[in-house]
Design a protein around this ligand. Structure first.
Ligand SMILES: [Fe+2]
Length: 274
């Protein structure tokens, strides 16, 4: 039949179903040459900071960075890459474009994006880079956002991050509000240790996940360094829950349609209100 009885796009519904069940999707990046170029620029920044030659094998170079950099020096390297990357005009647009097909279907096609692309480096046995279990809205981020999380090397086991699947995450709030201190004393990692799912992502893929779900990492026991980037995306007109993390500060308009620009600039004529 030519006529349709549903607003749903079947391709979108398939992705939505997977996202609802797992809390995330992993897809091949939309543009592999762009990913390779993006990583190459990051490798150039790393080499500039370390004053070394460009490597022939970028994967091996990043995976083994702990052989060149001490734990005490890794944050200076991370900050250098973060600051230089975010100075470029291409950092955010190119980053979004790598997962645009999934983000458009999961979030929308008029987007606000975090003002920076974050850089994370997790060297083997480095306790200082452990990110304890949390959900991003606990730090005032909008619950309407997704995280676009991109590894620059293959990540798996403790080199990866973990996410609590929605079926278990639903019990967290109840468990926390039953406690007199609001759940601050709960060791959430211990509580859900066997329920967390380690999310393996290969270089060439991108993870899009809901940070409403508990997530984090433990000490990386894989003898390779994890390099990953992340940023947040939400619908442009979704509610923002704090002044600290609102549109214009933490999130910046990214893909604004022409009618929204016209509507935002409309000024009602005076004298028509009786
Ligand atoms: Fe997070």
């Amino acid at each position: 039949m030519v006529l349709i009885e549903s607003f749903d796009d079947p391709r979108e519904a398939e992705l939505a179903e997977a996202f609802m069940a797992d809390g995330y999707v992993i897809i091949d990046v939309d543009d592999r040459p762009r990913l390779d170029a993006y990583r190459h620029e990051i490798v150039k920044l790393v080499c500039r900071h370390l004053d070394c030659d460009l490597p022939a094998d970028e994967t091996a170079f990043l995976d083994s960075i702990h052989e060149r950099v001490a734990v005490v020096d890794v944050n200076a390297l991370r900050l250098f890459v973060f600051e230089q990357l975010n100075r470029t005009a291409w950092a955010r647009p190119s980053y979004l474009s790598l997962a645009r097909s999934a983000v458009d279907r999961i979030v929308g096609n008029e987007l606000a994006m975090q003002n920076k692309v974050n850089v994370s480096i997790q060297m083997p046995n480095d306790v200082t880079s452990v990110l304890p279990v949390h959900a991003d809205p606990w730090s005032a981020e909008t619950p309407y956002e997704v995280v676009e999380w991109l590894p620059l090397v293959d990540v798996y086991d403790t080199k990866a991050m973990f996410i609590l699947p929605p079926e278990h995450n639903r019990t967290v709030r109840a468990a926390m509000s039953d406690l007199p201190d609001g759940g601050k004393s709960l060791d959430l990692f211990k509580m859900y240790e066997d329920k967390f799912r380690w999310v393996s992502v290969a270089y060439g893929q991108v993870l899009v996940f809901s940070p409403l779900l508990l997530h984090g990492n433990v000490m990386n026991e894989v003898p390779e360094t994890r390099w990953s980037l992340n940023t947040r995306l939400t619908g442009l007109f979704t509610p923002y829950t704090s002044n600290e993390k609102c549109l214009g500060r933490f999130y910046w308009p990214a893909t604004v349609k022409i009618m929204s620009r016209i509507g935002m600039n409309f000024k009602a004529p005076t004298g028509f209100d009786g």
